[in-house]
Design a protein around this ligand. Sequence first.
Ligand SMILES: *[C@@H]1O[C@H](CO)[C@@H](O)[C@H](O)[C@H]1NC(C)=O
Ligand SMILES: *[C@@H]1O[C@H](CO)[C@@H](O)[C@H](O)[C@H]1NC(C)=O
Ligand SMILES: *[C@@H]1O[C@H](CO)[C@@H](O)[C@H](O)[C@H]1NC(C)=O
Length: 390
Amino acid sequence: MKYTILLLLLLLDATHTNDFVLSDSKELIIGYNYPCEVHSLETQDGYILTLYRIPRKGPPIILVHGIGDSSDSWLVLGPQHSLAFLLADSGFDVWLFNARGNKYSKKHVKRLSKTEYWRFTFEEMGTKDLPSSIDYILNTTKENVLTYVGYSQGSTIFLVMCSKRPEYNSKIKHSILLAPVAWIHNAKFPFMDSIVNGLKPWTYLIDQLSLYEIFSSNPLRNSYHADVCRQSSPRKMLCGLEYYLSYGLRNLSHISPDKLSVVASHIPAGVSSFTLLHFVQNYVTKRFQAFDYEITSYWRSNKQYLRQLPEYNVSSVSVPITIFASATDWFSDVEDVNRLRRSLGTVANYIFISEVVEFTHIEFVYGTRARVLVNDPLIKILQSLFDIKR
Ligand SMILES: *[C@@H]1O[C@H](CO)[C@@H](O)[C@H](O)[C@H]1NC(C)=O
Ligand SMILES: *[C@@H]1O[C@H](CO)[C@@H](O)[C@H](O)[C@H]1NC(C)=O
Ligand SMILES: *[C@@H]1O[C@H](CO)[C@@H](O)[C@H](O)[C@H]1NC(C)=O
């Protein structure tokens, strides 16, 4: 009992000194004095997802997070910077998506084994999680269409949905893709060569050791992470090194210094190994194609281990699209983005952030400059589409 109280005090102290370090999306929304609703829904294959909402009378808009992330990504920088709050202030009815497998969407209606539960990639997020979430939002708000904003993997799964379930095109008025990822052969992922060379043994290991979930959200590790990235931390260099190695971010002050530890504590939020492997397979095959589940059996034989499977047919996308991309983004490389633009027939706006700005992948949602370079122009575009007053 004594220790429980001590632990509680320590935790309280921690949340006091690093505000919002371990808060969930609801606590973040309420903590910033916005109203919050929590909705839970079931996909057609039984996964239970959580949607957070900042309810407003205006048009519904869904914000879709990147890989290994969650709805927190649209909130952690607070009302002055984060898109969810800025959109709510502009009158939008803001809904925050959480894909299967992340910390808010870990349940299933059945008692599945880990192997069964984690057998999905971003394809299922696009063909099942998004459609169910969109239907849920439209039914709840009694609207016919909503607006879509997807960051990184959030853009990937939008393209998958509109390709594989084209009937959903008509439910989306406009889609904004931030740092989009589809073809990724030009991505400059650090250590990519060793990952690719090790793909076969890696996949085998993942299979044998049942490592179906990686980068899970772990409060202890996340608070350690937050601690290293705190402004006064003597180990801050480690934090800088990590952001550089992961994203090419050279100037750590481009992630708001007083928020660095909050950001660090919220990622990663859980990802399926197959999702990560799916991106790696697409990197290797140079195609935007389905995941090859046969890869594990190829290990034992000597067959060529990556086949060409049908590509996602992005020419089925009929939603008008706005793309934001940056010349110095390692993951959403300009050449790959241009390939996507050529394949899509409906790009209405293309906002390109030039090389001199050195705007990296992570900064689209977590950067100090995201408000000026992304969020304000994005809201301007939406306001011109909707004619809503603040
Ligand atoms: C739609 O919403 C109503 C409540 O507004 C609910 O009773 C109904 O089950 C919902 N339908 C679907 C398909 O989600
Ligand atoms: C890092 O960014 C900050 C804020 O934009 C700027 O003031 C500073 O000069 C930059 N530092 C370097 C080394 O570029
Ligand atoms: C891709 O979609 C377009 C538009 O819906 C269609 O005309 C075309 O036949 C499709 N291509 C394939 C390979 O399915």
